[in-house]
Design a protein around this ligand. Structure first.
Ligand code: SD4
Length: 327
């Protein structure tokens, strides 16, 4: 297989490049080899495009993957209208927006915060936990106290749109997570820098109208995010309980260790879920994206509608459509 065909096969494997003429953009790129595919960043959902741009400012100037993923996901955290990440996110059933985030570098260092309130950039607090404490995870009031002691400030921002949606939800108070876009918009980002090192970050306001105190997969190392610099990295989006149940991203990375491509590993993790949960999988969404040490990437999800953004020297920050188990 020519290197060009091999590249396109690897990039597009099971990933169906999104319509709207973007296939042409990829097809016109010069013939790279997988090796030339670094640096590279991929992130979940449409807002990954904007997030990738900030990550690329660092990756494209030989910066560290860790700095790139932190800067990248902060774009979503700072969006005052985003209903699923950061302080603008939809609240829990008592009207409080609570945030979960984690970060992991190329040395198995990791940091995480969960059930954190009124702090604008949970990913920065997660990094602070990683770099300045002997711990990995801080939660709730303790996480907030730690943030305040480390120079972060309380932010009382409430997104009017999120509050309006909450008022509407209060009328029936149904705890019924909605499949896909509206309710499943965690940003997970994984990257390889020019030196070949991997890092990842994941941040969310979690499931809308969750029980107070509920924590999803996103701040849990091995569930919402895992990075093994020898093998690859993976991140997840969707119903956190289901991702935690199979230690989703750790599973994806271990499958890559056993020789699966990123696409195959994501697919096998989803199939594990289907095996365990059977028909229940019709009721929720889970999607994985993964990247291996060779610069190959892939994704797989349960329900159609999941996409992810990819930016490298060869791929001009475009959306790929993930294959799904259900049609
Ligand atoms: C959670 N996994 O809290 C998150 C929600 C999510 O895309 O992914 N949204 O369960």
């Amino acid at each position: 297989m020519t290197s060009r065909r091999k590249f396109i096969r690897n990039a597009a494997i099971g990933a169906g490049i999104l319509a709207s003429g973007k296939t042409d953009a990829l097809a016109k790129t010069p013939a790279p080899t997988i090796h030339q595919n670094k640096p590279l960043v991929l992130s979940t959902w449409d807002f990954g495009i904007e997030a990738n741009k900030d990550a690329w400012k660092i990756l494209g100037s030989n910066g560290r993957a860790l700095d790139a993923v932190e800067a990248g996901v902060m774009v979503a955290e700072n969006d005052l209208h985003g209903l699923s990440v950061g302080l603008a996110g939809l609240p829990d059933r008592e009207g409080h927006t609570t945030l979960d985030a984690c970060i992991m570098d190329e040395f198995y260092n990791c940091g995480s915060v969960a059930f954190l309130e009124k702090i604008k950039n949970p990913i920065r607090v997660a990094r602070k936990v990683m770099e300045t404490t002997p711990h990995i995870m801080l939660v709730g009031a303790g996480a907030q106290q730690f943030a305040l002691e480390n120079g972060f400030t309380l932010d009382e921002y409430k997104n009017p749109e999120a509050m309006k949606a909450y008022q509407a939800w209060l009328k029936e108070k149904k705890y019924q997570p909605v499949i896909n876009i509206e309710n499943h918009d965690t940003i997970g980002m994984i990257a390889m820098d020019a030196t070949g090192n991997l890092s990842g970050a994941c941040t969310t306001s979690g499931l809308a109208y969750k029980v107070r105190g509920r924590v999803g997969d996103s701040p849990i190392i091995g569930a919402g995010l895992y990075v093994d610099n020898e093998i690859g990295a993976a991140t997840a989006t969707g119903t956190g309980e289901e991702v935690i149940r199979i230690a989703g991203t750790h599973l994806v990375v271990e499958l890559m260790r056993q020789g699966r491509s990123p696409y195959e590993a994501c697919k096998e993790a989803v199939m594990r879920m289907v095996k365990i949960r059977g028909d229940k999988t019709k009721e929720f969404q889970v999607g994985f994206i993964a990247l291996n040490k060779q610069g190959e990437f892939g994704a797989y999800c349960l329900q159609p509608g999941f996409n992810y953004a990819v930016y490298s020297n060869n791929i001009p920050n475009i959306l790929f459509k993930s294959d799904s188990y259900y049609a």
